[in-house]
Design a protein around this ligand. Structure first.
Ligand SMILES: Nc1nc(=O)c2c([nH]1)NC[C@@H]1CN(c3ccc(C(=O)N[C@@H](CCC(=O)O)C(=O)O)cc3)C=[N+]21
Length: 285
C-alpha cells in the first residue's frame, strides 16, 4: 500500500478563490483588504518568499504594500514604522518577514504589531487566545495543517497526534490546535529520548524540525497521517522536507509532499487571516 497524497497546491487554490470572493465583497463597500509586508535586509530566500506573498495578495484581489529596509535600520525606526501601519486604516494585516538582523529583537518587533493586525499569529496575545480558545489569529503553518486534515475528512478527536518540534511558530501552536480538536497530543523535541517509540503510536505525525529524514518508515504506524512541515535542501539542492518521503509513503495512509504540501497552505492561510482581519475591521465600522 502506498499513502495517498494531500495536495497542498490544490487545497490552497480552493482557499484562495474563497478569499478572493470575500475580498471582492469588501472592495464593493470600499474596504479593499490591505496587507503590509516588511522585509529587512537582503536575505535571498526572504526576498523570494515576500514576492510570493505580494503576488498571492494581488491574485486574491487584495492590496499589498511591500516595505523594504536596509539591514542597518535601527530597531527604533522599525518599531516606529510598525506603529504607523497600526494606525493606517487601509492596512488590515502586518507581516514582518523573519529572520531579522541580529541587532533587532524579533519578539519586541512582533509585540509592537497591533494584535488586530497580527496576521502571522505570532503576538503573545494571539498565542494566548489560541491557548484559551478565544478568537484571534492562528499561525499560518499549523492552521494550514489543520485545514489539510479537514480536507481529507480526518477528525483528530480521540486520535493520538505526535508533533515533532516545539517552536513558537509551528510546534507549540500545532499541538494547541490538535488539542483543541480533541486529539491526545505528544510533543517531541531534540531532548526526546526515543522519538520512534512515540511516533510509532501516532495516528497523526507532524514533523516540524527543519532537518532531513527526522521521520523514517520504521517510525510510522501503518495508515498514519504524516504532515511534513520541513523545508530543507538535499545535497543536490533539491527542496525536501523532514520526512523520508519515499520510505514513509510505503507505510503511511496519507502524506503531504514537499514541495506542494504545507508551504502553499502557509501562504493561503496568510490570505485567510488577512481577509478575516479586514472583515473584522469592516464590522467595527
Ligand atoms: N513573518 C514570517 N512569516 C512567515 O510565514 C515566514 C517567515 N516570516 N519567514 C520565512 C518562513 C518560510 N515560509 C514559507 C512559506 C511558504 C513556502 C512555500 O510556499 N514553499 C513552496 C516551495 C517554494 C520554493 O520552491 O522555494 C512549497 O513548499 O511548495 C515556503 C516558506 C514562511 N515564513
Amino acid at each position: 500500500m502506498t499513502a495517498r497524497l494531500i495536495d497542498g497546491n490544490a487545497l490552497a487554490q480552493q482557499i484562495r478563490s474563497d478569499v478572493a470572493a470575500r475580498a471582492a465583497a469588501l472592495t464593493r463597500i470600499g474596504r479593499t483588504p490591505g496587507l503590509a509586508v516588511i522585509l529587512v535586509g537582503d536575505n535571498p530566500a526572504s526576498q523570494v518568499y515576500v514576492q510570493h506573498k505580494v503576488k498571492d495578495c494581488e491574485g486574491a484581489g487584495m492590496r499589498s504594500v511591500l516595505e523594504k529596509y536596509d539591514a542597518t535600520i535601527s530597531q527604533a525606526e522599525l518599531l516606529a514604522r510598525i506603529q504607523a501601519l497600526n494606525e493606517d486604516p487601509t492596512i488590515h494585516g502586518i507581516l514582518v518577514q523573519l529572520p531579522l538582523p541580529a541587532h533587532i529583537d524579533p519578539q519586541r518587533v512582533i509585540e509592537t504589531i497591533s494584535p488586530a493586525k497580527d496576521v502571522d499569529g505570532f503576538h503573545v496575545q494571539s498565542a494566548g487566545a489560541l491557548m484559551v480558545g478565544q478568537p484571534g489569529f492562528k499561525p499560518c503553518t499549523p492552521y494550514g495543517c489543520m485545514k489539510m486534515l479537514e480536507s481529507i475528512g480526518y477528525d483528530p478527536k480521540g486520535k493520538h497526534a505526535v508533533v515533532i518540534g516545539r517552536s513558537n511558530i509551528v510546534g507549540k501552536p500545532m499541538a494547541m490546535m490538535l488539542l483543541q480538536a480533541s486529539a491526545t497530543v505528544t510533543i517531541c523535541h531534540s531532548a526526546t529520548a526515543d522519538l520512534g517509540h512515540h511516533t510509532r503510536q501516532a495516528d497523526i505525525v507532524v514533523a516540524a524540525v527543519g532537518k532531513r529524514n527526522v521521520l523514517t518508515a520504521d517510525m510510522v504506524k501503518p495508515g498514519a497521517v504524516v504532515i511534513d512541515v520541513g523545508m530543507n535542501r538535499n545535497e543536490a539542492g533539491k527542496l525536501c522536507g523532514d520526512v523520508d518521503f519515499e520510505g514513509v509513503r510505503q507505510v503511511a495512509g496519507w502524506i503531504t509532499p514537499v514541495p506542494g504540501g504545507v508551504g502553499p497552505m502557509t501562504r493561503a492561510m496568510l490570505l485567510v487571516n488577512t481577509i478575516e482581519a479586514a472583515e473584522r475591521a469592516a464590522a467595527r465600522g
